[in-house]
Structures are given as structure tokens and as C-alpha cells.
Design a protein around this ligand. Structure first.
Ligand code: ASP
Length: 331
């Protein structure tokens, strides 16, 4: 590992693949294969990045982020937790595919035990495209990771000039370079030039305040997501309740489902089976005044795929619906 003793910060760059490491036909933005180039080679294309910090880079995987597994999530988290004990290391940048970037970000936000900046970035265009966005995104991620202002803010996403928090960031475009947003919550701030500007912060618990510990966790309990739609067959819930340890419902509106689904969900919850209600709607709140609602625990503003991460982690600690409900309110 690096690391020089000069006045620059020491930043570790962890490559995991994605479009930022993608290779395709020269110039073309859309036909390529993700996860081809090693992160060290991506760095070579980033003009001026070595003046920002002392950098050490290595790939721990190199895949399209749709192929990232929960075991990979655990691996990345353990890797950062181990390295963060080294006083010479000041921060981390992870390069990642954008498709599931927000899931990895939220998982790390809940499981890394450090105040040091952990910044995730990626790209919408492959390294071989005209106007590839990866080099600037990586440059800005290093600007953020070396900043004192990023300390203790939880896992951050740096993308296309903006800073986002891991809990609330969403991919909102499947091809534009400005692909991320926090919807109702805007963004946390900006990276401009070699400076960082923060304006917001999430009040939800993360990193050093988080109760989740992966020390004895090799595999997470399997949690399924069931999407409700008009006239959806209820048998999927029967199947998933037999094959998983918990279900997140991507409901309509405020996490709503039709009468037949609702009856089945009520039955599962009554039997103590963990069901979390989220929404397939792009933004909004699924909430209930009651402790555990008879139709499941409410996901608040978490979308189904992030409620999935939180429920998987909850199930490493407890199966008690009241306790899971309390945890959902804090994170
Ligand atoms: N499919 C790619 C990935 O998630 C897309 C991207 O990185 O933008 O790895």
C-alpha cells in the first residue's frame, strides 16, 4: 500500500468495475462491456489527479454492478474496515457501476466503522467514449475524499459535480451523465474545481453510529422484493414466504396493494413473518402511526431495494417485528 509522508492526504482507490471501467467501440457511448479496465489504468486517464493526493489503487472485483452480490458488499465493507485502522490512510474512493451503486453505498453506510471519508463514484459513459465522464467523476471523488469537510458525513456519492448521501441517493436516468439525485432532498452539496461545498446533511444514523456489525456475518439472510401491480397474482407471496426470510413489498401509492395481497400480507405479519412496505412510486413516504402496522413495517422514504438492504441487516440481529420497526425509524 502507499503511502508517502508529505502534506498531501493518502487516499485508497478501490476498483469494483462498472461503466467507468468499460470498453467499447471508440467514441461510442452506448455499446460497450462494463468492468474491463483495472482502476490503475483508469487513473492514468485522469489529468492532474496525482497533485490532489497520494493515491494507491487496486481492484477487489471488476464486474458490471448488476453482478455484485451481497458477499461482495460484505467483502468491500470488511476491506475498508480493515484498512481504516491504518492511521496513514485518510480516505477511500470506490469506483463502481452505476446500476446498483446506491445499494452498495447504503450497505457501506450501515456497516463501515470509520469517520474517514468513503466516496463512491462511477460513470455513465465507458472509458472509450467521446467525452467519457469517468475521469472527471473520479477526479471530483478524490477532491471530496481528501476534504476535511467530508469527515463523519457517512458514505458519500460524488457524481457529475454533485455530492449525495448514501441513504437518499437514487439513479434517476439510465443514460444521461447527470444520472443521480436525491429527489425531494436535493443533494448535499457540490464539488467545483478543487473545492468542496456542503449545504445539507442526513439526520439518519450511519457508519460509526450504526448498530450493524459484520464481524460474524459471512452471508446475509435472503430477503425478497415483491412488486405489486394491477391484478398481480398473490401466489408470488406464498412462494417468497417459503423461500426467503423476509419480503419487501414494492406497493402502489403509499405502499398499497389490492385486497387479496393485503389479506395475505396481514396473515404473514400476524404469523411474525417480516414484511416491509415500500413504494414503487419514485418519491414520497410510506408511514404509519402504529408500532407495527398489520400490513407490515413501513419503509419511510427508503425505496424497495434500499429497504431490502436494511431488512437483510436487521435480520442478522433479530426477527422481532417491533425491533425491526424501531430500526427502520432510525436508519
Ligand atoms: N451496467 C453498468 C454497471 O452498473 C452501468 C454503469 O456502470 O453505468 O456496471
Amino acid at each position: 500500500m502507499i503511502l508517502q509522508k508529505n502534506k498531501l492526504k493518502n487516499i485508497v482507490i478501490i476498483g469494483t468495475g462498472g461503466t467507468i471501467a468499460g470498453v467499447g467501440e471508440a467514441g461510442n457511448t452506448s455499446s460497450y462491456v462494463a468492468g474491463q479496465i483495472e482502476v490503475n489504468n483508469i487513473l492514468d486517464a485522469v489529468e492532474g489527479i496525482t497533485k490532489l493526493a497520494n493515491l494507491s489503487a487496486e481492484n477487489i472485483i471488476n464486474v458490471d454492478s448488476c453482478d455484485i452480490t451481497q458477499e461482495d458488499h460484505i467483502k468491500i465493507s470488511n476491506y475498508i474496515n480493515e484498512l481504516s485502522k491504518d492511521d496513514n490512510i485518510d480516505g477511500f474512493v470506490i469506483t463502481h457501476g452505476t446500476d446498483t451503486l446506491e445499494e452498495t453505498a447504503y450497505f457501506l453506510n450501515l456497516t463501515v466503522k470509520t469517520n474517514k471519508p468513503v466516496v463512491i463514484t462511477g460513470a455513465m459513459r465507458p472509458a472509450t467514449a467521446t467525452s467519457a465522464d469517468g475521469p472527471l467523476n473520479l477526479y471530483q471523488a478524490v477532491v471530496l475524499a481528501r476534504s476535511e469537510k467530508a469527515i463523519g458525513k457517512g458514505v458519500l456519492v460524488s457524481f457529475c459535480d454533485c455530492i449525495y448521501g448514501a441513504r437518499d441517493v437514487h439513479k434517476v436516468s439510465c443514460f444521461r451523465v447527470n444520472a443521480f439525485d436525491q429527489k425531494d432532498f436535493g443533494c448535499l452539496g457540490y464539488v467545483r474545481g478543487d473545492e468542496v461545498y456542503f449545504y445539507n446533511e442526513s439526520i439518519k444514523l450511519h457508519t460509526t453510529e450504526s448498530e450493524f456489525d459484520l464481524k460474524n456475518v459471512q452471508k446475509l439472510p435472503y430477503v425478497a422484493i415483491a412488486c405489486f401491480f394491477a391484478d398481480a397474482d398473490v401466489e408470488i407471496l406464498d412462494y417468497l414466504s417459503k423461500t426467503s426470510k423476509g419480503i419487501v413489498i414494492a406497493g402502489a401509492g403509499c405502499g398499497e396493494c389490492g385486497k387479496i395481497w393485503s389479506k395475505k400480507i396481514k396473515e404473514l405479519v400476524k404469523n411474525g413473518f417480516p414484511v416491509v412496505r415500500s413504494t414503487r412510486v419514485a418519491s414520497g413516504l410510506v408511514a404509519s402511526e402504529k408500532s407495527v402496522n398489520e400490513y407490515g413495517i413501513c419503509a419511510g422514504t427508503l425505496p424497495p431495494h434500499k429497504a431490502h438492504i436494511l431488512l437483510s441487516l436487521c435480520l442478522t440481529k433479530t426477527n422481532d417485528l417491533e425491533k425491526i420497526n424501531e430500526i427502520f425509524k432510525k436508519y
